[in-house]
Design a protein around this ligand. Structure first.
Ligand code: TYD
Ligand code: MG
Length: 458
């Protein structure tokens, strides 16, 4: 048995210290020493025969000889979830699900566990809630619970032994910040505990070839050990996003070794937990008032899926000195840029106007392709003229007020046509070679002012 003991390793220069210090004596950086487990006697040794056997067990293989379809992916009854993990769960995958407290991580994973339990035994380890609390939630979510085992435990030693004895097909850990290893002195939730515990779970995932889910809390300040330190250990990082007072929840993949990143699954939080939103664009546009000024429809892309969302803006005369700008769902600096372009290049005088922008449904749109819709919504509110109800908009706005081409136009146009839009304003430079027969009328514009001329009703 290799003996383990703890050392303090500087995260800046790698210097090793026997005890904690506020400042690294080698590089002089403050607060960089992190407690780490080191194994003694783990040198690459062994007898010559042992070393040879080890080499023969795992020789380098020619790339052509490796089969790529060896993954037996497990499909869940939740398609939105399958999409986010890249088309089903891969055996041995270690997945981290992060998100603000109270956003619905435990709810989501309990529902996923119920789906997994139809495939094989699931071990759900909770360090946050008692078994009774989980039972109450499961009853509310109408989860039958065959094959689903609950363990309220925070000690890694106990959890690993249970996992060993029970050999579940799936392991869920809620949350990684509550788990602790006895060998480490620091408290549960510290960087060293979180990292070491995650490393142990990775051994379980890879050693037993079972999918393991870790829940992690993110804090606004990021001061305590959040899931960020784990991102390089795990295979997949998913974030559950949304606003507390909105029903929609977005599960987004920010890292995925087995599929595309930035893929999004959309759920709605209701009475009996999270349910899938299979037609999100329709849901986001449901409450739209046609012919209201200050509203424009953007065709954004979330991962590989096109989404139509309503962007609302309100420009009203400032009553105090400095005009205010408020962005909800769009990047604040992007809003400032668009306001500046509208003022300087289009001649929309916004210098004495408060400007509020809101994306409906609590959605966060980061894509520059939605610039045109945001700028059009602002101009529409300022001029008090609505955008024609059958028009959707797509395009990036440049600093000279020009419209720049965006990618994946075909997918976007098809989605817009599917939802009943008749016309789309898009950058004149857009290349649409493959699209012989556009599903809707294309209104090309070279600049933001041209686009406004087309989109706003006179
Ligand atoms: P939870 O999964 O406990 O959040 P997390 O694990 O991310 O901290 O979910 C908490 C919220 O979800 C809570 O405010 C109540 C709400 N909720 C519902 O609206 N409906 C439900 O069926 C359930 C189980 C929870
Ligand atoms: Mg929870």
């Amino acid at each position: 048995m290799a003996k383990t003991k703890t050392r303090y390793i500087c995260q800046e220069c790698g210097s090793v210290q026997p005890k904690w210090m506020g400042r690294c004596p080698d590089c002089g950086e403050w607060n960089t020493l992190v407690e780490t487990l080191v194994e003694e006697g783990r040198s690459g040794g062994g007898s010559a025969a042992e070393r040879q056997a080890r080499l023969e067990r795992n020789p380098p293989q020619p790339l052509v000889a490796i089969s790529a379809d060896s993954y037996q992916r497990t499909m869940l009854p939740m398609d939105e979830f399958n999409r986010v993990v890249g088309g089903g769960l891969v055996p041995g995958a270690l997945t981290l699900i992060g998100g603000d407290p109270g956003i619905g991580k435990s709810t989501l994973l309990l529902q996923i566990s119920a789906g997994l339990a139809t495939v094989g035994p699931v071990l759900y380890v909770s360090g946050e809630e008692s078994a009774q609390q989980i039972k109450l939630r499961a009853t509310r979510l109408k989860i039958p619970g065959d094959n689903l085992f609950i363990l309220a435990e925070t000690s890694m030693t106990a959890i690993l032994e249970h996992a060993q004895q029970m050999s579940p097909r799936f392991l869920i850990v809620d949350s990684i910040q509550t788990m602790y290893l006895d060998e480490l002195e620091s408290a549960a939730g510290s960087v060293s505990q979180v990292r070491e515990c995650a490393a142990r779970f990775q051994e379980v995932a890879k050693g037993r070839n079972i999918p393991v889910f870790l829940i992690g809390h993110v804090t606004k300040t990021g001061a305590i050990a959040g899931p960020r330190v784990l991102e390089h250990i795990v295979d997949t990082v998913l974030y559950l996003e949304g606003e507390q007072f909105h029903a929609y929840r977005l599960l987004r993949s920010v890292k995925n070794r087995f599929g595309a990143t930035n893929e999004v699954g959309i759920f709605e939080m209701g009475e009996i937990g999270l349910s899938e939103v299979t037609n999100p664009s329709e849901a986001f546009l449901a409450e739209r008032l046609p012919n209201a000024s200050g509203s424009a429809i953007a065709i954004t892309l979330e991962g590989t899926r096109p989404l139509l969302v309503e962007v609302q803006a309100l420009a009203s005369t400032t009553s105090f000195g400095n005009p205010r700008r408020t962005a909800n769902g769009v990047d604040f600096n992007r809003l400032l840029l668009l306001v500046a372009v509208l003022t300087k290049r289009v001649g929309t005088r916004l210098s004495d106007q408060d400007v509020f922008v809101n994306v409906i449904g609590g959605l966060q749109i980061g894509e520059p392709a939605s610039d045109l819709a945001v700028a059009t919504a602002i101009a529409s509110s300022f001029r008090n003229t609505p955008v024609a109800a059958d028009i959707a908009l797509v395009g990036e706005v440049g600093l000279s007020g020009e419209l720049r081409a965006v990618g994946h136009l075909e997918t976007r146009l098809k989605e817009a046509a599917k939802l009943g839009f008749k016309r789309c304003v898009l950058p004149a430079s857009s290349q649409l070679k493959q699209l012989k027969d556009p599903p809707l009328e294309l209104l090309r514009a070279r600049s933001l002012s041209e686009a406004l001329e087309i989109a706003l009703i006179h």
